[in-house]
Design a protein around this ligand. Structure first.
Ligand code: FAD
Length: 322
């Protein structure tokens, strides 16, 4: 009986959740925090830039921000979505971001193998569609991955992907605000002054009680991103100052970045094709603007494709054989 009444309670909440989501999305359209992000760029058909970055997600926001540190370079960042909604910075509301206009709302196909326990044998596959990309709608766990994986990638030919090299960049990005981590044995793997601010929840006695009850007491780690990664620990989050630290907030919204005269951010612009020259070198992009007008923009140095794990390969396929 208790189970049935719990299920009914949850079911009764679904319409309320949808209502809350609709209200949040409607309020977000007021764009009350639009000043936090770079202004919309004005571009013209045939315009040249030094670099064109396609997709302003976790990767593209960082790349455009770093490239535009070089004042001699003009950098165009193209994003299909808009500014992230105001409520996306509230960590507790992240569940309301899926299945909105800030999500590409992909659904997987029934391939006869995966998702077979689901009623429709598919899953909803959220991908962020806004400045910050999926980092504007994700669950904010700050997890670097395992040293052995990076080193294996390098051994297999991924030059520059080894642990020592990527750790240099993790540290360059990171603004870890956790004193315990910064004074721990793994402090050499961290940095407290980078743009992406990281925190841990204040001691979570509920969770640590579970660790102890399960007998994991001796493997509790201070730092899952430390030298020893096998064990259990409280999570680290890309949350600081009580706000989500999306790639857009960390790398595009500081005044020193968003006001750069050499950084152009084109929002609500869908890249539909990468343009290649006769030597198979990417020289530009075709873009559908919010007005539906399609224009071509060119890069004298590089086109950088950072449209995410689904859209980057899709865009290459749409660009045709080279
Ligand atoms: C719901 C959810 C929860 C997650 N939780 C976590 C977590 O807790 N911790 C963690 O580490 N990772 C998490 N992830 C994964 C993580 O967020 C992603 O791996 C990461 O953000 C991917 O970065 P990216 O730059 O490759 O792509 P994205 O951040 O997705 O960026 C791609 C960008 O390109 C834009 N774009 C795509 N196509 C075009 C086009 N044709 N023209 C113009 N723009 C285009 C998109 O709108 C988007 O802004 C989560 C992801 C989701 C969806």
């Amino acid at each position: 009986m208790a189970l049935i009444s719990s299920i009914m309670e949850v079911a009764a909440m679904v319409p309320i959740n949808n209502l809350i989501k609709s209200v949040l999305v409607a309020l977000a359209s007021l764009q009350l925090t639009s000043d936090n992000y770079p202004q919309q760029a004005t571009v013209y058909d045939g315009q040249n830039f030094d670099f064109i970055v396609v997709g302003a997600g976790s990767a593209g926001s960082v790349i455009a921000s770093r490239l535009s540190e070089v004042t001699d370079w003009n950098v165009l960042l193209i994003e299909a979505g808009q500014n992230p909604p105001d409520f996306s910075v509230v960590a507790g509301l992240s569940a309301y971001l899926a299945r909105t206009k800030y999500d590409w709302n992909y659904e997987s196909e029934d391939d006869g193998y995966s998702s077979q326990s689901h009623k429709n044998k598919n899953i909803h596959y959220s991908r962020g569609k806004a400045l910050g990309g999926s980092s504007s709608i994700n669950f904010m766990y700050y997890v670097r991955g395992n040293k052995a994986d990076y080193d294996t990638w390098e051994e297999l030919g991924g030059q520059g992907w080894g642990w020592d090299n990527v750790t240099y960049y993790f540290k360059k990005s990171e603004g870890n605000q956790d004193q315990e981590i910064m004074q721990s044995d793994s402090a050499d793997l961290h940095n407290s002054t980078g743009p992406l601010k990281i925190t841990r929840p204040a001691t979570d006695t509920q969770t640590t009680k579970y660790f102890e009850a399960f007998g994991y007491k001796h493997e509790i780690l201070t730092d899952t991103n430390g030298h020893e990664q096998l064990g259990y620990s409280l999570p680290q989050y890309s949350i600081a100052d009580k706000q989500r630290q999306s790639a857009a907030i960390a790398f595009l919204s500081p005044d020193t970045v968003k006001n750069r005269s050499n950084l152009f951010v084109l929002k609500e612009a869908l890249c539909t094709k990468i343009i290649f020259d006769e030597n198979k070198r990417a020289t530009g992009v075709e873009v559908k603007l919010s007005s539906d007008k399609i224009i071509s923009l060119y890069a004298t140095k590089e086109v950088i494709l950072s449209a995410g794990a689904v859209n980057s390969p899709q865009l290459l396929m749409l660009s045709g054989p080279v």
